[in-house]
Design a binder for this molecule. Structure first.
Ligand code: NAD
Length: 354
């Protein structure tokens, strides 16, 4: 097991869903981290509303930079000015359906952006070994599973969508920069996250929001697709674990052993919302479930074997799904102003990626 003590951490994409949770996690739990630099382009998916009070509460330890990871000069300045010793690379175009409608941004940010970041780290760090570059990736790079089996770190890359193929390319770049240039890099491939601050184009917040508005709840195909859900804070804990103790050059799969068919998950969300906020005009939210045409190239099943990170680094999820989902739904109910702002300004729930 390696030992790394992060001090000046560059987080890319920190105004997005996982990034804003990771920044809170670091600031609240990692007193050895002296400063976090959050570099985010504030695309449709990123918002400073996700980081409310952070700059005010942590003026010495948190700095926001509005900028693009494809901007090589900016990256060079950040590495020098802030003496960056740790990178957590989250910035990406992240929605499969949008990648079907418009793949180009995915290639620019996910592939070229990762390339620029790797080059900037390499130029700044040279031969240093007391530094870390952690690349946050997805289990979608492995393609689809059948009814059985799990993705391990040795599973073949077989991405189906423009999103997952761009993430696969970025993983290969990170691995190559480690092997060719000795960059101390690690990669994690994680299953579907859920939790607070997730953009309402993603399944769980989309269903909650549409249910509250008494709108049809769209379920792709017959709802048979299976995803392995992990609480976002458990993903953040996994990222912290890998940065501190992961071996450079190593990949870690992160998942919750928590497979759900989409239709079963949507029904469960309906049941919890029913209990917490009974509907006015219908008997039960389940009545709103509507099957719609499937996503093209829709992977049937993802499920992660996370034995490596559990055995080698001692990470495990902290929260049962029943508790995590309930807490998440409670958060969306308590923070409806957050969702309404996004819906009014950025996304009103229309079908994407047909
Ligand atoms: P997100 O879409 O919520 O956030 C992405 C952030 O990146 C946004 O704040 C956006 O403004 C920023 N960004 C986009 N392009 C940029 C650019 N060119 N320069 C700088 N910033 C840019 O995504 P997320 O769900 O938080 O995912 C974060 C990372 O984790 C992604 O790399 C994604 O592939 C990976 N991941 C996500 C999940 C999941 O379930 N959400 C699972 C596994 C892996």
């Amino acid at each position: 097991m390696n030992n790394h003590s992060p001090q000046n951490v560059l987080i890319t994409g920190g105004a997005g869903f996982i990034g804003c949770n990771l920044i809170r996690h670091f600031l609240q739990n990692c007193s050895d981290i002296e400063r976090i630099i959050n570099l985010d382009a504030l695309t449709y998916a990123g918002s400073l509303n996700n980081l409310e009070n952070i700059a005010e509460n942590y003026p010495e330890r948190y700095t926001f930079i509005h900028g693009n990871i494809c901007d090589a000069e900016l990256l060079q300045r950040l590495f020098t000015n802030y003496n960056i010793d740790t990178v957590v690379h989250l910035a990406a175009e992240s929605h499969v359906d949008r990648s079907i409608d418009g793949p180009r941004d995915f290639l620019d940010t996910n592939i070229i952006g990762t390339y620029e970041l790797l080059q900037a780290a390499r130029a700044a760090w040279k031969e240093r070994t007391d530094v870390r570059f952690h690349h946050v990736s997805t289990d979608e790079v492995y393609g689809s599973l059948g009814e059985t089996g799990l993705f391990s770190e040795e599973s073949r890359y077989d991405p189906s969508s423009p999103y997952s193929s761009s993430k696969a390319a970025s993983d290969h770049l990170v691995r190559a920069w480690h092997r060719t240039y000795g960059l101390p890099a690690t990669i994690s491939n994680c299953s579907n996250n859920y939790g607070a601050y997730q953009f309402p184009e993603k399944l769980i917040p989309l269903i909650i929001q549409k249910a509250l508005n008494a709108e049809p709840l769209p379920v792709y195909g017959k709802g048979e697709n299976i995803r392995d859900w992990l609480y976002v804070i458990d993903h953040c804990r996994a990222i912290e674990t890998i940065i501190r103790r992961g071996n450079p050059g190593r990949t870690y799969n992160v998942g919750g052993n928590n497979e759900w068919k989409n239709i079963d998950l949507v029904e469960l969300i309906c049941d919890i919302v029913q209990e917490l906020r009974p509907p006015a005009e219908i008997k039960h939210y389940r009545e709103l479930i509507t099957f719609v045409s499937d996503r093209p190239g829709h992977d049937l099943r993802y499920a992660i074997d996370s034995t490596r990170i559990r055995n080698e680094l001692g990470w495990e999820p902290s929260l049962e799904f029943a508790d995590g989902l309930r807490q998440t739904i409670e958060w969306y109910l308590a923070n409806s102003a957050w969702s309404i702002t996004i819906i009014n300004e950025k996304y009103s729930g229309q079908r994407l990626g047909k």
